[in-house]
Write a protein that binds this ligand. Structure first.
Ligand code: SAM
Ligand code: SF4
Length: 339
């Protein structure tokens, strides 16, 4: 019997790996620089990449033009702090125009959002996640090693005025550090019409991670149910999305929990990452990456680049092994990968 060829690393069709996962979601880090120094993400003292090392907007768009026909239709811009990259709305507009790209999103710390929210919206950006771990200025300084809470709050208002809907607020959940921020943040999000998303603290920053430091999904949910309002699993959420979603029973808002440690979602992962310096990574925790910059800068054909991308995704492992003794932390920290 002749079996049909499903796919292989050099074939046609969607971007598959050996576990049958289809990849349609690309995260592009536009810079490794940041105006905060969150302890869970990057070291206090850091040498940033040389500007010439960073892919240009044209190189990023070239990459997207090559992978869109392979099935990539969703992009998120991240960093480092993406708003530090000059003229970011120009990149958004370039990416939105590429045939096949149906969705361009952004994750930002919000510090520079006040003046950029409207130009980004006008350029075609619709999905925005703003990171905010606390509403307390002292705690903000402790976690991010910088001041800036007022600017982030202003940035959130600017995003609302620009027309972003929904606006998601990302908070990293760390025992004793941000554990007590869960209820104030959940209340704030409900009052402001924002979707709160709590992310379990992952071993990808510069500081020493221990499992005991993770404030787990079930503990977050317990706090919200006890002190904010009852929740029920959301009916219409995307099963491929990393967040478990819950709606308030009274209909006033939604909460997402990204339980990367206690409930890894690797088996439904559809993501691939391009770092600011042009390295392709098939997992946030990947230990191997492919350097595409020489190909994007040189004379490689789209077919040659597509073959490398297929091969990289085909080799994707089953999942991170955070919960096992086999786990090896990548040498790159989060801000140089793109969260
Ligand atoms: N600078 C932008 C920001 O903070 O939103 C974008 C880049 S940041 C690396 C992307 C997301 O990763 C943020 O929401 C941040 O809170 C999250 N993040 C960083 N380090 C993390 C860690 N160790 N565990 C869980 N989430 C982390
Ligand atoms: Fe900067 Fe975002 Fe990392 Fe905080 S999480 S240091 S804002 S890149």
């Amino acid at each position: 019997m002749n079996l049909p060829t499903i796919n292989n690393s050099a074939g046609a069709g969607p971007l598959l790996d050996t576990f049958g996962r289809v990849h349609n979601n690309l995260r592009i880090s536009v810079t490794d620089r940041c105006n905060l120094r969150c302890t869970y993400c990057m070291p206090e003292e850091v040498t940033f990449m040389d500007k010439q090392e960073l892919l240009t907007f044209e190189e990023m768009a070239r990459f997207v033009e090559i992978v869109a026909p392979l099935g990539i239709d969703k992009i998120r811009l991240t960093g480092g702090e993406p708003l530090l990259r000059r003229d970011l709305p120009r990149l958004v507009a370039m990416l939105c125009k590429i045939p096949g790209i149906r969705d361009v999103g952004l994750t930002t710390n919000g510090i520079l959002l006040t003046h950029l929210a409207q130009p980004l919206f006008d350029a075609g950006l619709r999905r925005i996640n703003i990171s905010l771990d606390t509403l307390d200025p002292e705690r903000f300084r402790q976690v991010s090693r910088r001041d800036g809470l007022d600017k982030v709050l202003e940035g959130i208002q600017a995003a609302k005025q620009a027309g972003f809907e929904p606006i998601k607020i990302n908070a990293v959940s760390i025992r004793s550090i941000t554990e007590h921020e869960v209820v104030p943040l959940a209340n704030f999000a409900r009052a402001e019409g924002l979707e709160m998303r709590f992310i379990e603290y992952m071993p990808i920053g510069a500081d020493d991670w221990e499992r005991e430091k993770v404030y787990f999904a079930h503990e977050i949910l317990e706090q919200i149910e006890q002190h904010v309002a009852p929740l029920a699993p959301a009916k219409n959420y995307d099963p491929n999305a990393p967040a478990m979603e819950f709606d308030y029973v009274d209909g006033r808002g939604r909460v997402g929990i990204i339980a990367s440690v206690s409930r890894p979602f690797c088996m439904s992962c559809n993501r691939v990452r391009l770092t600011a310096d042009g390295k392709l990574r098939n997992c946030l925790f990947a230990l191997k990456e492919v350097d595409l910059k020489p190909m994007l800068r040189g004379s490689a054909t789209p077919e040659e680049i597509a073959t490398i991308v297929r091969g990289n995704i085909w080799e994707k492992w089953e999942g991170h092994e955070i919960n096992t003794a086999r786990f090896v932390k990548p040498t790159r920290t989060m801000h140089t990968i793109g969260g």
